[in-house]
Each structure stands twice: as structure tokens, then as C-alpha cells.
Design a protein around this ligand. Structure first.
Ligand SMILES: [Zn+2]
Length: 123
């Protein structure tokens, strides 16, 4: 999927959600992964947040959030395989069975199917 097609799909969507907030570099990498997986996504800056610095938001259709979450989990596992377990095992994530929240990285157990930290619906 091309960025322009994704743009049109997002414009036509009933609802889009800011699904992921990250540095511009990470967001661009994630955007490419989304497009490669045929998940329409685009990067939008977040003018309401002046304290975040150079962070941008990845916008997807509300119905595609579960697909994005699955994609993020895959790329998470990919990065473990690529960079070695030691790189991530030292983090708190290794101590939990829960996959980290794709939006904020929290590994706490879900509350009503949503991240207790940022409220992203994950179930
Ligand atoms: Zn979260």
C-alpha cells in the first residue's frame, strides 16, 4: 500500500485514532511496516502536546488498531531476534508475561482490556 492510498482510506474512514506516539524516526519505520502490511496509516503531529518534543503520532483507522497491535508485537519479537535477547532482557518487560503496550510500552496487566497507563484498547 502506498502512502497516498493510506491517506485516502484514512480520509474515508469513519474514525481514526492516534495509535502510537514515538520519535519521528521510529514512527516512519512503523509507518513503512504498516503500509507493507496493508494497514492504512499516516503520521500526524500532535499540536496539543507541547511538552513531548519531537514526537509524532501515528494515525490509523479505529478498526485497524488490533492489526497494528499484532504488527507491533511481531516487530517486537523481530527486534529481539535481530538484536539479541540481552538487549531487551535487561528491561522490565522481560519480567512480565504481558506484551508491552504498543503506545506507551507499559507492561502492566490490562484493565478492562485496555492499557492501564495510556488507555489504549488492546483486547
Ligand atoms: Zn499504554
Amino acid at each position: 500500500m502506498k502512502a497516498r492510498e493510506a491517506d485516502q482510506l484514512l480520509d474515508a474512514a469513519e474514525a481514526t485514532v492516534p495509535a502510537f506516539k514515538a520519535s519521528l524516526v521510529d514512527s516512519k519505520r512503523l509507518l513503512e511496516s504498516c503500509l507493507a502490511a496493508d494497514i492504512p496509516a499516516r503520521i500526524s503531529s500532535d499540536p496539543s502536546c507541547s511538552s513531548c518534543g519531537p514526537q509524532v503520532t501515528l494515525e490509523v483507522r479505529a478498526e485497524d488498531v488490533p492489526r497494528l497491535a499484532a504488527l507491533l508485537q511481531e516487530s517486537w519479537h523481530d527486534s529481539i531476534a535481530r538484536e539479541g535477547v540481552a538487549a531487551v532482557a535487561s528491561g522490565a518487560a522481560a519480567e512480565h508475561d504481558e506484551p508491552p503496550c504498543p503506545a506507551c510500552g507499559a507492561t502492566a496487566a490490562l484493565v478492562d482490556g485496555a492499557c492501564p497507563d495510556c488507555g489504549l484498547a488492546l483486547s
